[in-house]
Design a protein around this ligand. Structure first.
Ligand SMILES: Nc1nc2c(ncn2[C@@H]2O[C@H](COP(=O)(O)OP(=O)(O)OP(=O)(O)O)[C@@H](O)[C@H]2O)c(=O)[nH]1
Length: 358
């Protein structure tokens, strides 16, 4: 048997194949060949998986692989106490599973950190833990009619390990090393994924529309903080700012550090008043950090309505224009791009290449 690779696919070649069924005529060789062909399929799946560059694409590819190689009725990734924001569940809507049985199985697998298999009525749920830093962050959940064989379990455990290794590498790539927040590299795909799932503005009981808000902020006179108290103290302030973001903003909000003293938040749907309220609360909280130095930390904030937007980079440009306006007009305030347009302070011009994402 020889192996070759054409356009990213692995081909194993066999000798003396029977023309009629493509298998060797000798039964021992035929059995070996079947195993070989199965290995080829697995190898190709692994090649496909490891070619992905985004967590979401990796997950979708694995779900597809499992669907095509097993008799599963549903395949899902379910997030468990995730430190960053993953899409909660990834599997075809037509194969949706009932929430209660899912939850039970996911929790058990997450707690025990090992494969769990349970029968629920006429189907079997099998769950594989996906770990980051010793904690279960996701569970690969498979629903099937029949119980999984030992061979299938070990194959799926292997796929789950490949996914887990890649997830760890990608998390390293998409996370800011100082604060643990998402980094600039993660911005485009993470924001796009959330906005693509957005089924437009939802109305509150009062009738006020709720929107996503993309917010960018920058610590005021941060250079002065560095110059006065030292770079290490500056780092501590950045860390405390990040911790305050985690404390004040919701679990569903996406939190980024873009570098230096620049941070970005995608606020989950709320009215403009509620968005302003939480941003004011944030400003109040950071004014109190390390106040032993009698140097209140302040920040300027620019925001833009992000609902319905198709290009996360355009949002960043508009929020940045609102932030720039605040910086130019006394700092320490909050401005929304739509208000600046309404007030005639700026026009909705199209700026290209204002912000470099990568
Ligand atoms: N401590 C620390 N400083 C950093 C880091 N990255 C960038 N900086 C510094 O952060 C400062 C950013 O300053 P700017 O945002 O340009 O300006 P500013 O002083 O905050 O002034 P305004 O934004 O106009 O209010 C620069 O002095 C950078 O050298 C970092 O990781 N840690």
């Amino acid at each position: 048997m020889t192996a070759s690779s054409v356009q990213g696919r692995v081909h194993l070649q066999y000798n003396d194949a029977d023309e009629s069924n493509g298998l060797a005529s000798n039964p021992v060789e035929a059995a070996a060949e079947m195993v070989g062909r199965a290995s080829e399929a697995v190898l190709n799946s692994v090649v496909q998986l490891t070619g992905k560059r985004q967590i979401r694409a990796l997950g979708e590819s694995l779900v597809e692989t499992i669907h095509s190689s097993l008799d599963a009725t549903a395949v899902a990734f379910v997030a468990v106490n995730s430190p960053i924001h993953f899409p909660a569940c990834m599997f075809p809507k037509k194969n949706a599973l009932p929430e209660s049985s899912l939850l039970e199985c996911v929790q058990k697998c997450s707690r025990q950190k090992q494969v769990v298999s349970e029968r629920h009525d006429d189907s079997v749920l099998t769950a594989f833990p996906i770990m980051v830093n010793g904690n279960t962050v996701k569970v690969l959940l498979i629903k099937s009619i029949m119980e999984m064989s030992e061979h299938q379990i070990s194959l799926l455990t292997g796929f789950a390990r490949v996914y887990e290794n890649f997830l760890n590498v990608m998390l390293d790539m998409e996370t800011d090393s100082l604060t643990g927040l998402l980094n600039k590299k993660a911005y485009y795909s993470q924001v796009l994924a959330v906005l693509e799932d957005d089924d437009s503005a939802v109305c509150e009981q009062s009738g006020d529309p709720k929107f996503f808000w993309l917010v960018i902020f920058d610590v005021d006179k941060f250079k002065k903080i560095n110059d006065t108290f030292g770079h290490l103290y500056g780092d501590e302030i950045l860390l405390l700012v990040a911790n305050t973001m985690i404390k004040v903003f919701d679990d569903e909000d996406l939190l980024f550090r873009f570098g230096g003293d620049e941070f970005v938040v995608l606020l989950s749907p709320r009215t403009k008043e509620k968005a302003r309220e939480v941003l004011k609360q944030f400003q109040k909280e950071i004014a109190g950090i390390r106040n032993d130095k009698l140097w209140p930390v302040r920040c300027s904030i620019g925001g833009v309505n992000a609902s319905g937007a198709e290009n996360p980079t355009d949002l960043l440009v508009q929020a940045d224009r609102a932030l720039y306006y605040v910086k130019e007009n006394g700092r320490g305030k909050i401005a929304f791009y739509c208000d600046l347009l309404d007030d005639g302070v700026m026009t909705n011009e199209h700026f290209e290449d204002d912000i470099e994402l990568f």
